[in-house]
Design a protein around this ligand. Sequence first.
Ligand code: CMC
Length: 438
Amino acid sequence: MPDTLTIIDNRTGERYEVPISYGTYPEYGASIRTSDLRQIKTSPEDFGLLGYDPAFMNTASCRSAITHIDGERGILRYRGYAIDELAERSNFLEVAYLVLYGELPDEDQLTAWVREITFHTYVHESIKKFTEGFHYDAHPMGMLVSTVAALSTFYPEARDIATPEVRQKQIVRLIAKMPTVAAFAYRHSKGLPYVYPDNELSYTGNFLSMMFRMAEPKYTPHPVLEKALDVLFILHADHEQNCSANAMRSVGSSHTDPYVSVAAAAAALYGPLHGGANEQVLRMLREIGTKERIPEFVKRAKAGEFRLMGFGHRVYKNYDPRARILKRMADDVLEVTGKSPLLELAMELERIALEDDYFVSRKLYPNVDFYSGIIYQAMGFPVDLFPVLFAIPRTAGWLAQWREMLLDPEQKIARPRQIYIGDGRRGYVPIDQRGVSD
Ligand code: CMC
């Protein structure tokens, strides 16, 4: 059986044969190159056939070896490793290394990697002044996006994206400094003094210290919460070609430095349909308030008044495997922090929605954001910090996507085509003749 597709253009009767290529899983990733359609013309002047695919519903923008998602079967793997196994046995910095470089680090590599990240957590003192410029109630995601973009001005050498050592330095800096920038934004919004990084703590332990340390000389993170945050970070490390990864690749493809590219990716993440959804889930649960109000709320969502936040996914048409892990983990966290009425409400909402034909027929299941917000809230993070907590670990994924894009000889500056549907050539109309129809 030849791996080709035969196309007959009924406009001309011409027949074309285009090759079909495959990814790792032949049943998931058979594709044709849409540029092969360009030969399909009605005349030599014809530009050739384009693929039209708003929102990339069926278009692969790259070949990638980082993350595999099988949305029908609810599978998520980084570099071939199942997400549940990584969540159980690995830790965030090891996973970040895996996502970035393709292999789990050996002992020496891991020690060097952790050391490097740990020693780049400090930010330039001027960043504090920068943060202070924001209004006390500025959204932390707005602060994060602007501050990460501003980091670009501190490291002008980062523009040299072609030199591997320079690239590597910025990768380390970005992964190391994101928690510091995020914690500074939080402390500023609370009017609290900034807490400097503590190099003796783990990546997540240090972040908790920068967030919550008060007068104690040394902050000791609760091991269950430190581990829970680490698992949350693992689950958020990458998610292949989502809106923000696509922004990272697209902006990075014009060869901007990685700081402004990460800022663009974080901006894409900020939206309520993407990483802003975890914040909206909490607001939604608070609005529902009691179990008795759930059926009425679901009815309104079905009527199209609003969407059930934390439900549905472009790729997962089955239970999001990350949500499954978080649902289990919520119990461990709440055992430490105390019961959350919101978790009970969420579980009841999930039960009612998954018994409803509207959600079942559309394959709308809880996604990662449905349970993450409840855990974050129980741990003491304010609701508007939730997208920031998504952006910190996703920085590893964005950088992996960026690095892969730069090293891929097939990639060029991202520049989609369009199908023009506006007016044809028109003569200029003098102002006194406009709006006059005969
Ligand atoms: N509540 C109610 N109806 C929904 C929902 C929802 N959450 N999501 C989709 N639908 C309906 C939608 O109205 C449409 O119905 P119909 O066919 O009758 O018009 C159908 O399901 C298909 O929806 P769609 O908008 O074509 O699906 P999409 O793939 O474009 O959207 C989504 C995916 C995640 C944007 C969407 O499901 C959504 O808005 N969910 C709520 C926001 C959310 O939780 N986002 C977090 C995504 S996971 C974390 C991340 O990766 O960022």
